[in-house]
Design a protein around this ligand. Structure first.
Ligand code: ADP
Ligand code: MG
Length: 301
């Protein structure tokens, strides 16, 4: 069998089944970041993301934006756990022929995000490679009572999404603001039952919450905030790299949330969680018809 036949998600599941973790790992493979025992009242969060030339970016976008993205995608994963980032390691695969101006601006991009969120750049690794590859590992932390997993959505929860969905390929996928302050506001003021950041696509990532929580869900097309850059609704909810937050909270908290939301970032109530364990995700179309969605999102192979 080759990896393509297995698919990315089965591949990761296969790894998950073969690794056994010690008691220090509160949550291993299967969420936006790993959760580790740390110090009294707090967990460490640990996440890593790799960007590859030709797949996630082209050199022509310039080092600065690519560097910004490389760190921002990790900040987005820490935000999705309810935590704050602290320190990162930057590992590079770079062609010998690469202009140093490119790596200079790459680091300027990384450092601009690092300064904004008070992240220390604490090390990394460098190897020669044909294509540019950037891997950043990011450490963060979260108060134990503010940790939010994908796997704890509750029946009757309301599903919210920040910002607008779709059209990120036009420019947003390189130049976006991870929803860190929104996440911290949420976990400090509400009981957020589950959360994920949208990297695979709204439907796929809400699907990850449903699968991990063993619940079903229903969303309303008319309530989904589509970006003006999106080609159409279908592309918007499937393309991914939106780096918005999808989260669920009890319906009884939703009015207060909408009333007290202090940010310019849009906040939309797009659906609800039901108790059916089959993991189905339905959508109520604008014409009132219900369809059941294929939750598959972007897969690397
Ligand atoms: P995200 O899109 O939020 O960054 P991914 O889809 O990349 O998440 O990863 C999903 C889960 O699988 C995460 O818990 C991640 O740590 C884990 N994972 C991904 N690739 C590997 C791998 N090669 N080995 C072990 N775990 C992996
Ligand atoms: Mg994520």
């Amino acid at each position: 069998m080759i990896l393509k036949d297995l698919g990315e998600f089965n591949f990761i599941d296969r790894i998950r089944r073969t690794v056994k973790v010690s008691k220090g790992v509160v949550k291993g493979i299967g969420d936006d970041a790993a959760v580790l025992k740390y110090k009294l009242g707090r967990y460490a969060l640990f996440t890593s993301d790799m960007l590859m030339e030709g797949r996630h970016f082209y050199r022509s976008s310039g080092g600065y934006l690519i560097g910004k993205k490389a760190l921002s995608v990790n900040v987005s994963d820490i935000a999705a756990m309810g935590g704050s980032p602290s320190a990162c390691l930057v590992s590079l695969g770079v062609p010998r022929s690469l202009d140093v101006r490119f790596t200079d601006s790459l680091y300027r991009g990384i450092m601009s995000v690092a300064r904004q969120y008070k992240i220390d750049l604490a090390g990394g690794d460098t190897v020669g490679s044909r294509k540019i590859v950037i891997n950043i590992a990011l450490l963060g932390e979260v108060e134990q009572n503010n940790l939010v997993l994908r796997s704890t959505a509750k029946r009757g929860d309301v599903v919210f999404v920040t910002g607008r969905i779709g059209g990120s390929l036009k420019k947003k996928h390189l130049d976006f603001t991870p929803r860190l302050k929104e996440s911290r506001f949420l976990v400090k003021n509400f009981k957020v039952n589950s959360m994920i950041d949208v990297s695979d696509g709204l439907i796929a990532d809400l699907g990850h919450i449903l699968n991990a929580s063993r619940k079903s869900g229903m969303i309303y097309e008319k309530n989904i905030p589509i970006s003006k850059d999106a080609k159409n609704f279908n592309n918007a909810v499937r393309d991914g790299e939106d780096f918005e937050l999808v989260f669920t909270i009890a319906r009884s908290q939703s009015r207060r949330l909408i009333k007290t939301w202090p940010f310019k970032t849009r906040l939309s109530m797009i659906g609800e969680i039901s108790s059916a364990r089959n993991g189905e995700l339905g959508i109520v179309r604008k014409n009132g018809k219900i369809e059941y969605l294929n939750k598959k999102g972007f897969s690397h192979f």
